[in-house]
Design a protein around this ligand. Sequence first.
Ligand code: ADP
Ligand code: MG
Length: 596
Amino acid sequence: MPGRIIVLPETLTNRIAAGEVVDRPASIVKELLENALDAGATEIAVDLEKGGCESIRVTDNGEGIAREDVPLAFARYATSKIGAFEDIYRVHSFGFRGEALPSIASISRIEMVTRQASSPAGTRVIIEGGEVKELTDAGCPVGTSLLVSRIFEPVPVRRKFLKRDMTEQGYCLDVITRLALMQPAVKIRVSAGAKPILNIPAVQDPAERIALTLGQDFRRQLIPVAGEISGVRLEGFASRPEFTRSSAAQMYLYVNGRFVKDYLLNHAVMTAYRRLIEARRYPAVILGLEIAPGDVDVNVHPAKMEVRFRNPREIYSLIAETLGGAIGAGLTPQAGVSAMSSSAGPAGTVSRIEEALRRYRVSAGSEKLVFGGLSSRKSEAPALPPLLPPEFVNETERPDERGRFSDLLYIGQTAGTYLIFSGDAGITLVDQHAAHERVLFEKLRRQAQGEKAVGQRLLLPEVVSLPPRDYHFLMESLPILEEAGVEVEPFGGDSIVIKAIPALLSHAEARALILDLIADCAQASRDLPLDERREKIFTSLACRGAVKANRDLTGPEVTGLCRDLDAIPHALTCPHGRPLAVSLSLYELEKMFKRR
Ligand code: ADP
Ligand code: MG
């Protein structure tokens, strides 16, 4: 390497900076949305082409930018939000680094129109290669509209790292969802390829916004959370412990309105739920912390996703205790226990709830939560966790104490539904439908990850006509269906043709399979991020393909099922979360027969 040191030109430094801020279309969406919110917008429209990989347009009705400031907005470190360094500890805006627009401009083409209310004419600007190419008058409404296209053209490597359009679109929708949850008063409309895909009206009530954004099912599961310790406020909603997720994706945490991914905060949430939910399941929470801007440093991460607190322990206890109290209050003994037992919750859940109730007492009739034994529990207050990378969510797995199903002796079936096994440790009952469902679900998932074609072609393709909503749902879900081995194509008008179904489910009737899938998923999963939509679709397929209750299983079928179950680590529940096997230990049997 030649040894001369040079100062890099700005076009290049911008592009390097873009590496930190703009790593995929979703980050562009995030920055543009934040700018719109900072500009006081009450209505925002986002248009994505090819999942945001082709172009992104964000239009807002915010305050707009003055003509003379327009070129400045695209200059590095140019911001209207701070004037002195200390200001960054006072800002209430999302942005302040003045980096987003120049970074985005350095890796794409930008066309912007903007107008302030005080100005009769708007401004149109085109930026290419980071430079202003055109600056003219334009008639436009008050506000700003930015069209970003030719994304990552100057950095082809980055394009290679992008996933499929549908996946990138999912990331964009995640970003939009996160902001939407905290901004109930802002109307947000999203379209993809000119088709509307999300329309969230402005509402007063944050719970209503959650329901509109994440689904009405969600709303019924929410427990309100509110608490305060020395000037730090925590407010939001948390799911009942029965409503768990297989990933931490539905843990939405905000600091001063800013969505953050923070190990400490997540850990505090998990602590509140620790004894209430199974290992490797996660709650859904939407929690906002309000902290004096001076007590939290948001300037430690270019995308500002991580933050640093002045008093981390205090924040930790605030979350763990407030949340724990709220969950305890949400589970009145009768309601909690009967809800659990009626859904045949896994053994031990009831006692865990009782234990939680003992830990958290709520003073009757008062709005304010009182933590039972708070001071005496101080000594066992969780020590700060070691600082692991954010992948903490894969908490250390519990050793699998369950033996292998294949080692058990099959005795027979009862009620046409439950398989009875005997083993050294006692007897085990398996719900044949739940177990088979879980097996199919895992197989579908594994095949999807391996991206093997697993479809079984139909001899006679089935044509089905659908209402428009269902039609669009199916079209939007094509990549997921394809992963599972379902081949569906548009067939003119509102009709589709089913050409293949998963080989695993080849015994199922194609038409019924697809119609059931729509019934199971279309409503609930339309606006879900891709991963969850996939989980829903696979769950439905597995459920429809699994052996029904009231069917006799042959010996080889039972053996096969056991072998398949053994291949799944932690196969304790069906994909819906119901237990698939229960055991009675010898000790329990002996107790029942009064031998102990
Ligand atoms: P930052 O948000 O950190 O200030 P940006 O590069 O994102 O930096 O934006 C630079 C400036 O351009 C902002 O400070 C703001 O004054 C202006 N700006 C950007 N987007 C908008 C918008 N949608 N409406 C009004 N002003 C905007
Ligand atoms: Mg900004």
